[in-house]
Design a protein around this ligand. Structure first.
Ligand SMILES: [Zn+2]
Ligand SMILES: [Zn+2]
Ligand SMILES: [Zn+2]
Ligand SMILES: [Zn+2]
Ligand SMILES: [Zn+2]
Ligand SMILES: [Zn+2]
Ligand SMILES: [Zn+2]
Length: 1667
């Protein structure tokens, strides 16, 4: 079989591309020749056997099929031909790079014509837009870079690279005639072939010319449609061919043009017969792979050639209806449909314009859309109610057509041709037809009696409305640009509205309303009884156009052309009014039985996404109607629709009625007549567009300071996704930068508060009351009165000028008067304070209006606005009723209206001001009597008033006090931890002061050795957080414990690839200097009784078990693993550390006379060790035959190996020693707990050493002094951890600890019993020191020779220090640079040089020559510093000697002070000299080690000192660099696929393919995602990642714990963008990144996760292990 394949291959390989090409060049019938070739070879190459080998196929296809074509095309070897083509090519300006999934794309908010215009990263970086306001997104794939497209950019269309390209010329100029002919021939044949074969539909027949003779024909009809294998083969090649064509045209723009020409050439069958047409039209029949291949080819050919792009656009537009219909029926996503190319075509302004005028594209799109929504009710309106699943599916798909319409309209025309006008209006007609089908859709009837059975469908209608919102706005924008178009559109719209309303009054009874002598005829209609719809797009469009009439001044210029006389104001306002009534009634709770669908509709009606073309336009329509009719009539109709007519027309009626409705009607009155919309929308008030947006922002910020993103969300976006906010925000707000957390906020400028309008029309009820509260508070803070009067408004434009008259209309005055009357007689009526407040606001508005009116008065003007006069007159209708002014005066002193007093006062003040103004201009006198009454009245009541106020003030104070204390209690509850910490800090700061107070003389403090400073131990009394009892920490008392969390750590690791392979057999005695896996202990510092903790833990455990059974939910902690939360601060813990008195005092006999020197001590120790070994061997061979050895044994003086020391600790302390020791062992080695295991004490020492090292590292990194800066919880933790580690040997097997000591010491002082110990290059000296010092008492306790324990400590310390110096010198990589010492050799330098020379000698001169002692001494000092600092911490916590004040600050002579504290000579080399005899031997033995030699010969690596501190990886400043990096990242497992969730490990910089099945692996028998798997190797279970696509930091710990954390990237507004939704440029915030790094270095990631999960329970439910 194998050989057969090879044989075929050989015969195929013999085919020569050149020869075939030559044959073709001479052929008379080229197509036939080529087809013969294809027919013969393709089935052979693509004969898919059982084992497809795509690479082999590709290779053969290139050689046999494509090769000849390339030869033919070039007329020579393509290896020469193509580069020539490329060189001769003058590439076009266009970049055209097709985006990969996840690739970053950039759009310029200043210059892009629309948001679909994007740049690739390379072009962006070389463009001017870098400096502009840009937006960054990640591409979903498809689409291409618009660099070089002059129509896509208002400015800077070229990047630096594409600017250089030549201007547009005929690309064919650069090709020879021959080449053009050949290219044309071969392209025509091959493109035709590809199209034919891809669109071939017959199953067992090949296209003519491709039949092969030797294939065995399967002639019998197949039941199962099995495609002929040859067809499959040809189709595979067809795809290959299209890709090839795409590549070939990349060489030359000329070739590209030829291909376009071939593709668009009409075939013999006329219309739609070009190859491009054929492909497009069979799009939905092709499989996905084929589609993307030819779409790509279209993009790189037709869309890249300016001439053919236009021709292609025409083909596309002509086929539009068919393509869209195919797409709607198709079941693949839009990105796989040719219809998706519309965005590439329609967004080009010139093409869009051309297609509208020449192909009537607007109409086509709208009609196509309508065709797909055939389901209508009897009135011809859309009906979504009874949609089947299929219809709903189609509806979703057909929505993309609206997007197309948006693309077409997005660029507005600058000049109009008659054609464009005509075609636009034709499209407008079609659009009106569409809106007509929406006018009144989904009507609702109030449900009475019982609830609706099924929530009616409402979403479809709103989806349609929402999608159309921008289109509707853009239609208006277009109309605004041309007067003729506007007039025509206005007429058309009115006509359609009339059609909609025909039959509107059918069957309705006319009724007559009358108030205050005014009467009006209307119909009887009740919103709560009849059908009402929230969808009125036609009315709303008309309202929009009406405003434009004013704005463009068409209304004044050509009134004769407008059908203004045909307008019937009552008809115009009818439906919008019903809609507002509906909202009011829903808010009043009258429609409860209609369920949630209605509530949702009302919500969206007001929502920022819809309101522009819904609520806003209804208000405008009411204003429009009002401006054209008698305000009294308007008001009566309005009252009638709100069911309030009776109340105001018959004065005594108002005893029982709907307060809410009155409130609402008043609110709308405020809004409609003088509020916002009419002044602040351009065209109605005399303002420009920015005033409107300023207004919105001012009112948003009146509620509270807001972040940029919050503001953006609260403001409407236009079709370009812009709110226009940036241009005005500076004027109204100040920006406050964020701190380490939180985000930047905008605060309202103080001078803008005067523009605050309490009844701003976009406020929801909740927003309104929040804003009111905030503004009143602000006023109180500024010691102003709390009146919130209406702001002064800009004047109205002439078309709407008559609006203000409503404020002084009789009916309005009647309403005001009635409500004030209720307030005066406040008992019998169902009035409310908010009602009064609104009336006061209305009065205030009228006064402002009048004041302005008077101030702007010029000679000719007549005062028409006389509100003040009218409110001074007593009422007429109910005889003898007082004037409005008089009632206000009464109310000013009403005790029940305290809150409104300031406002009433403001009104009266303004009233008087206006009176003065009038007097000055002496236009008309105001009755003076009223004013006098006011002043008299106020004097009378003055006294009583003051008393009453004092009483109110007292009550208020009391209430506030009560509230305060309640709040405080709350605060403490919520911030328990914070409080505790503050308290503790207070406590420790006092205890620390004691610590440093000179209980011992400060002259020279020594931490260890015979000269150790003596400290008198202070009693330590602590309080249990659980039972609150105090207890002293003593050897024999009940144990006190600290909550602690033990975890494995790789934070200090210098080799992340190293993991403990077999924990059961792992020997942790020696820590490698790579520190690849340590055990870290941390604590929150909270103290409990051991038994209190035990009880607490048992309770937690029991509770958890019950909870898990019942609810099956997890918690943030894993009880089965011994985890619990600190009962006080809820910090994650998994064990407890016992608190101990200083442990050394117990065994230390402080007799310092006549202590042995290092050599003597070592001799004694060696003898003791030897004795121990002999004894142990003897024990093992218990038969006692080794008598001669026993003879040899000469016990050193005072050494009593049979002595068993007594354990002085209380039982409970001993128990806790074991508990904590076992916990460290269990976590550190990841094994089952076993308190008997001999490695338990080693793990305890290791954790002590490792924890000290991490803390030293953090302090160094932060450039902080060693002491005096640790938070007290860390200080407490280190004290108890060190004491614990020093005491632990008392609960372990004595002989085991002795054995550990012997082996540890043997690594420095070799003996024959211990071999295979690591060489000194492979030992972390600090770990060695801690283990030696802490295991030494196990031997020392049997030594009664009178040597002090401190002496041993000192000798061990000196010995390890010397070993470390040698280690440093051996691994030092300092090069001797030119910088030589300034001073002549100091003593230290000379000594260092001597020592170095000795080392050189002992290592056989493998060490490189050094002549400068200065360099050596410098590297020793730098290298040993961390060790000395760690040792200082260690001995401080071990022996409790206070720290000299010099080490508590950073200073120049740190080194000397450390040496002094540690009982070391300043010249460390002296240690060698003092003990030269024994040291020479030892150094020699260290140097002669085989591993050391291998290192010096360069055969292995070793750590050099000082070890650099581990940091998180460097992140780029610009976030898009990361996105780009991630978009180039391929899933490592699934050969070349893009990763969906590329995730960056911040610890080591590895990019991972997260959250995906492809990269799941098995870990401890469970499937886990790439991140979890990575944490096990890289972070010992803890991981910090950046999810690049989401811009989110991910913390993981173990398999079940995780949380998301704010990324260290911020935009210019100080906000993060989790999920990359906003797309603002993001830059690295170094401080925030440092904070994350610190969390990591402090081992607080797990704790952080715990807190996050406690705060947000949903985090617990996430399957973190799958990330
Ligand atoms: Zn580009
Ligand atoms: Zn470019
Ligand atoms: Zn720009
Ligand atoms: Zn207790
Ligand atoms: Zn705690
Ligand atoms: Zn990593
Ligand atoms: Zn993967």
């Amino acid at each position: 079989m194998e050989t057969e394949v090879q044989a075929i291959d050989r015969s195929l390989l013999d085919c020569s591309a050149e020869e075939v090409a030559v044959k073709w060049l001479q052929a008379t019938d080229l197509p036939k020749e080529v087809y013969l070739h294809l027919a013969y070879y393709i089935p052979k190459i693509y004969s898919r056997g059982p084992n497809p080998a795509p690479q082999r196929e590709d290779m053969l296809a290139q050689h046999i099929l494509l090769g000849p074509m390339e030869w033919y095309l070039c007329g020579e070897d393509p290896a020469f031909g193509f580069p020539k083509l490329e060189q001769a090519n003058k590439p076009s300006h266009l970049c055209g790079r097709v985006f990969k999934v996840g690739e970053p794309t950039y759009s310029c908010r200043d210059c892009a014509v629309d948001p679909t215009c994007v740049l690739c990263m390379e072009c962006f970086l070389g463009s001017i837009h870098r400096e502009h306001r840009y937006r960054m997104t990640t591409s979903g794939g498809g689409g291409f870079c618009d660099c070089g497209d002059t129509e896509a950019w208002k400015e800077g269309p070229y990047c630096q690279k594409h600017e250089l390209s030549s201007a547009e010329t005929d690309p064919l100029m650069h090709l020879s005639e021959d080449m053009i002919a050949r290219a044309y021939n071969i392209f025509a044949i091959m493109f035709q072939y590809a199209v034919d074969i891809l669109t071939w539909e017959k199953e067992n027949e090949l296209p003519p010319g491709l039949e092969t003779l030797n294939t065995s024909r399967q002639t019998k009809p197949l039941k199962v449609q099995v495609m002929h294998s040859s067809i499959v083969a040809h189709q595979s090649f067809g795809l290959k061919l299209l890709t090839w064509l795409g590549n070939i045209i990349g060489y030359s723009d000329g070739l590209r043009r030829i291909l376009c020409q071939v593709g668009l050439q009409e075939g013999p069958d006329g219309e739609n017969s070009s190859l491009v047409d054929k492909l497009m039209l069979s799009d939905s029949k092709l499989w996905k792979g084929a589609r993307s291949v030819y779409h790509q080819l279209f993009m790189s050919s037709l869309l890249m050639d300016l001439k053919y792009k236009k021709l292609f656009a025409i083909r596309f537009a002509r086929n539009y209806e068919r393509l869209q219909s195919d797409y709607v029926k198709d079941d693949h996503d839009r990105e796989f449909s040719i219809a998706d190319l519309s965005v590439q075509i329609f967004t080009v302004p010139s093409l869009a314009r051309m297609l509208i005028t020449e192909e009537n594209l607007m109409t086509t799109i709208i009609k196509t859309f309508m065709d797909h929504l055939r389901h209508r009710d009897i009135q011809g309106r859309f009906q979504f109610e009874r949609y089947t699943a299929l219809q709903a599916f189609k509806f979703r798909r057909v929505q993309s057509l609206i997007l197309d319409l948006k693309y077409v309209l997005i660029t507005k025309p600058t000049d109009w041709s008659n054609d464009l006008r005509q075609k636009f209006l034709e499209g407008f007609d079609a659009f009106l037809e569409l809106l007509k089908c929406m006018q009144g859709m989904d009507p609702i009837t109030r449900q009475v009696g019982q609830h609706i059975e099924m929530e009616p469908e409402w979403e479809a209608a709103f989806t349609l409305q929402m999608k159309l919102t921008h289109v509707i706005s853009m239609m208006q924008d277009w109309c605004a640009l041309d007067e003729k178009v506007l007039i025509e559109a206005y007429k058309k719209c009115l006509t359609v509205l009339m059609q909609c309303h025909s039959g509107f009054t059918d069957g309705e009874q006319p009724i007559v309303l009358s108030i205050c002598g005014h009467s009006v005829e209307t119909i009887r209609y009740c919103v709560s009884q009849e059908k009402v719809s929230i969808h009125l797009p036609v009315s709303r469009l008309l309202a929009g156009l009406h405003v434009l009439l004013s704005k463009s001044e068409v209304a004044y210029k050509f009134p004769e052309l407008l059908p203004l006389s045909e307008l019937s104001p009552p008809l115009l306002i009818e439906h919008p009014l019903r809609c507002l009534v509906l909202c009011a009634q829903v808010h009043a709770g009258m429609w409860r039985r209609n369920g949630f669908s209605l509530v949702n509709q009302i919500y969206y009606y007001h929502n920022v996404k819809c309101r522009r073309e819904m609520f806003d336009k209804d208000i405008i329509m009411l204003q429009t109607g009002l401006s054209m009719m008698d305000p009294n009539h308007f008001l009566m109709i309005m009252l009638s629709r709100f069911d309030l007519y009776q109340i105001f027309s018959t004065p005594d009626y108002g005893k029982r009625f709907n307060t809410e409705n009155t409130n609402k009607v008043l609110l709308y009155l405020v809004i409609i007549f003088n509020g916002e919309k009419n002044r602040f929308s351009p065209g109605m008030g005399q303002v420009n567009a920015t005033d409107e947006i300023k207004r919105e922002i001012i009112h948003q910020l009146s509620i509270r300071p807001m972040a940029h993103s919050e503001l953006v969300k609260a403001l409407p976006e236009n079709e370009n996704k812009e709110t226009g906010m940036e241009s005005v925000i500076e004027a109204v707000a100040c920006f406050k930068k964020p701190g380490l957390t939180g985000r930047g906020l905008y605060e309202l400028k103080p001078e803008c508060t005067k523009d605050f309008n309490l009844y701003f029309y976009h406020f929801s009820r909740a927003e309104q009351s929040k804003a009111e509260e905030a503004q009143r508070k602000l006023k109180r803070q500024n010691r102003e009165d709390t009146a919130l009067p209406p702001p002064v408004l800009p004047p109205l434009s002439p078309l709407f000028a008559s609006l203000i008259n409503i404020l002084q209309s009789d009916v309005m005055l009647c309403i005001m008067g009635t409500i004030l009357q209720w307030a005066v007689e406040h008992n019998g009526y169902a009035w409310s304070e908010s009602m009064l407040q609104r009336v006061l606001h209305l009065i205030g508005m009228a006064l402002q209006e009048e004041k302005q009116h008077l101030e702007n008065l010029n000679e000719e003007n007549v005062v028409t606005f006389t509100f003040t006069q009218k409110i001074s007159k007593p009422g007429e209708a109910p005889s003898n009723s007082p004037s409005i002014l008089a009632m206000l005066e009464t109310l000013q002193n009403a005790p029940h209206l305290e809150v409104h007093k300031d406002m009433i006062r403001w009104i009266l003040k303004t009233f008087n001001a206006i009176k003065k103004l009038r007097e000055n201009s002496s236009t008309s006198p105001v009755p003076e009597t009223e004013g006098n009454i006011i002043e008299e009245g106020s004097r009378d009541k003055d006294k009583a008033e003051r008393k009453r106020k004092a009483e109110i003030a007292r009550l208020r104070r009391e209430k506030i006090m009560a509230q305060m204390s309640e709040m405080q209690r709350h605060f403490i509850d919520e911030n328990k931890e914070l409080f505790q910490q503050t308290l503790e800090e207070l406590a420790t700061s006092t205890s620390r002061a004691l610590d440093n107070s000179p209980t011992v003389s400060d002259t020279k403090l020594t931490a260890l050795g015979p000269k150790q400073t003596r400290v008198t131990e202070q009693r330590q009394v602590v309080t249990c957080i659980l039972c609150q009892e105090e207890q002293e920490v003593k050897v024999d008392s009940r144990a006190m414990v600290l909550a602690a969390f033990v975890q494995r750590s790789t934070v200090l690791s210098k080799n992340r690839n190293k993991v403990i392979q077999d924990p059961e057999k792992y020997d942790p005695l020696f820590m490698h200097p790579e520190l690849s896996c340590g055990t870290h202990t941390g604590s929150c510092g909270h103290i409990m009784h051991a038994h209190c903790w035990q009880r607490y833990f048992d309770a937690v455990q029991a509770k958890e078990q019950r909870r898990q059974q019942r609810l099956r939910v997890h918690t943030s902690y894993d009880v089965e693993n011994g985890e619990f939360l600190c009962p006080l601060c809820e910090c994650l813990s998994n064990t407890v550390i016992p608190l101990l008195p200083p442990p050394r005092g117990l065994f230390n006999r402080l007799d310092f006379s006549d202590q042995p020197n290092l050599a003597q001590w070592m001799r004694t120790i060696s003898q003791q060790i030897k004795a121990l070994y002999i004894l142990r061997e003897e024990e093992n061979n218990s038969c006692g035959s080794n008598s001669e050895k026993m003879d040899e044994l000469q016990l050193p003086k005072g050494f009593r190996p049979d002595f068993q020391p007594k354990n002085l600790y209380s039982e409970s302390i001993k128990e806790m020693l074991t508990t904590f020791g076992t916990a460290i062992y269990k976590v550190g080695l990841k094994v089952h707990p076993n308190e008997e295991d001999l490695r338990v004490p080693i793990m305890c020492w290791g954790s002590c050493a490792y924890t000290i090292q991490t803390i030293e590292q953090i302090l160094t990194d932060e450039n902080k002094p060693l002491f005096g800066n640790l938070p007290c919880r860390q200080d407490d933790c280190l004290t108890s951890l060190t004491r614990f580690a020093a005491a632990h040997w008392t609960v372990s097997s004595l002989s085991a600890v002795q054995g550990h000591f012997c082996r540890l010491l043997a690594s420095l002082v070799p003996n024959e019993k211990n071999e295979n110990l690591p060489c000194i290059l492979d030992i972390d000296m600090f770990h060695l020191l801690v283990s030696l010092v802490l295991s030494f008492p196990a031997i020392y306790c049997q030594d009664f020779s009178g040597v002090s324990l401190g002496t041993g400590d000192l000798h061990i310390f000196h010995l390890v220090t010397m070993a470390h110096i040698v280690q440093i010198l051996l691994t030092s990589s300092t090069e001797e640079n030119g910088m030589d010492q300034e001073n002549p050799n100091s003593e230290e330098e000379a000594a260092a040089l001597t020592l170095y020379k000795f080392l050189c000698q002992r290592t056989g001169s493998a060490l490189k020559e050094m002549s400068s002692g200065w360099h050596l001494w410098r590297s020793i000092k730098a290298g040993i510093m961390p060790f000395l600092r760690c040792s200082a911490l260690f001995f401080h916590y071990l022996n409790g000697v206070p720290v000299p004040s010099e080490i508590q600050v950073t200073g120049a002579s740190q080194f000397e002070h450390l040496c002094s504290y540690l009982s070391l000579p300043n010249n460390l080399i002296c240690l060698f000299q003092e003990n030269s005899k024994i040291m020479n031997t030892l150094v020699e033995s260290w140097c002669s080690n085989n591993e050391v030699n291998r290192y010096l010969e360069g055969k292995r690596q070793a750590i050099s000192y000082a070890r650099e501190s581990n940091k998180l990886i460097d992140l780029p400043d610009d976030y898009s660099c990361l996105i780009n990096q991630a978009s180039n990242f391929l899933c490592p497992k699934s050969g070349g696929d893009k990763s969906r969730a590329p995730t960056l490990c911040l610890v080591c910089g590895t990019m991972l393919c997260s959250q995906s099945y492809c990269c799941q692996t098995e870990l401890e028998g469970e499937d886990v995602g790439a991140c979890t798997a990575h944490t096990y190797a890289c972070g010992s279970g803890v991981g910090i990642f950046l999810r690049v696509r989401e811009c989110q930091v991910l913390f993981l710990a173990g398999k079940t714990k995780g949380c998301f954390y704010a990324p260290p990237y911020l935009d210019d507004y100080g906000e993060t963008d989790q999920g990359l939704r906003r797309g603002n440029p993001l830059h690295l915030c170094k401080e925030r990144f440092k904070k994350i790094q610190k969390l990591w270095q402090q081992h607080s990631i797990t704790e952080e996760i715990g807190h996050a999960q406690e705060a947000n329970q949903t985090l617990v439910g996430i399957d973190w292990q799958h990330l």
